[in-house]
Design a protein around this ligand. Structure first.
Ligand SMILES: Nc1ncnc2c1ncn2[C@@H]1O[C@H](COP(=O)(O)OP(=O)(O)OP(=O)(O)O)[C@@H](O)[C@H]1O
Length: 233
């Protein structure tokens, strides 16, 4: 089986500035949940935008399921951007129908059941919900597709800590286990129990690519503790 994501010598420079991403070599296989972790400005969103064909590499290549970013990758990648892109004036039930019309792989049943589990009123307009609840809706819509690769850029920043675990488990118990999820987040301790692998990125370079089990057994540390040590200011 082809890797779901392969980056070879991938670099990105915005204008004449320094590299935002430099010579990244990375292969991700199917069926894993991966944390993309790094300090502010380290290049996480740049990598995510490159994978989603929103930026063009300065050097190097990206293959998604063996193909360059384009029509095929848009069909198999479900992407949650780091800012809201949904029309706030729409009712939640209409957003669900809109996604169902737009994406062949969207499961209305799955979306409706997760919205119910999280007590979200589907007759409400998105903009009338709190920030955290708007984030939950956006995440549910993205996770209700039957994608091969889910890319979540800061998915639960506005969600209260008590609800985070519940949301992560509700959402993750509803996705296809052969798919891969790449999550960029600063909420490491909240999320590390669901991660199989972590990528640490610093100044645009990949400085660690390891399984969470290896970090715990070899370094005898949590991912959160290791992150704080590596990126100490
Ligand atoms: N549109 C842009 N034009 C110029 N430079 C940019 C642009 N977008 C990002 N950069 C720069 O690229 C570098 C990487 O930024 P990026 O947004 O990828 O980091 P990040 O790891 O996602 O950060 P954060 O955790 O703060 O969201 C930073 O130095 C940033 O200033």
């Amino acid at each position: 089986m082809k890797p779901i994501l392969e980056c070879k010598g991938l670099s990105k420079k915005y204008n004449k500035s320094a590299y935002a991403l430099h010579n990244l070599n990375l292969t991700l296989n199917h069926g894993q949940i991966i944390g993309l972790l790094g300090p502010n400005g380290s290049g996480k969103t740049t990598l995510i935008k490159l994978i989603n064909d929103l930026l063009t590499p300065t050097e190097g290549t990206i293959l998604i399921d063996g193909e360059l970013p384009g029509v095929h990758s848009k069909n198999i990648v479900s992407y949650l951007p780091d800012h809201s892109y949904l029309d706030g004036s729409m009712k939640i039930q209409d957003l669900v129908s809109y996604f169902a019309d737009f994406y062949e792989d969207f499961s209305k049943i799955r979306a409706t059941s997760m919205l119910k589990d999280l007590h979200i009123d589907q007759t409400a307009r998105l903009k009338t919900l709190s920030k955290g609840n708007q984030e939950k809706v956006a995440l549910i819509l993205v996770m209700s597709r039957d994608a091969k690769l889910y890319i979540l850029d800061e998915p639960i920043g506005g969600v209260d800590p008590a609800a985070r675990d519940y949301i992560l488990h509700t959402i993750l118990s509803n996705y296809n286990e052969h798919a891969t999820i790449l999550i960029s987040t600063h909420l490491i301790s909240d999320i590390e129990n669901i991660l199989d692998r972590v990528l640490f990125i610093q100044n645009g370079e990949l400085v660690l690519n390891a399984t969470v089990d290896d970090i715990r057994s070899e370094q005898k540390k949590s991912v959160d503790a290791l992150f704080r040590e590596v990126f100490k200011c």
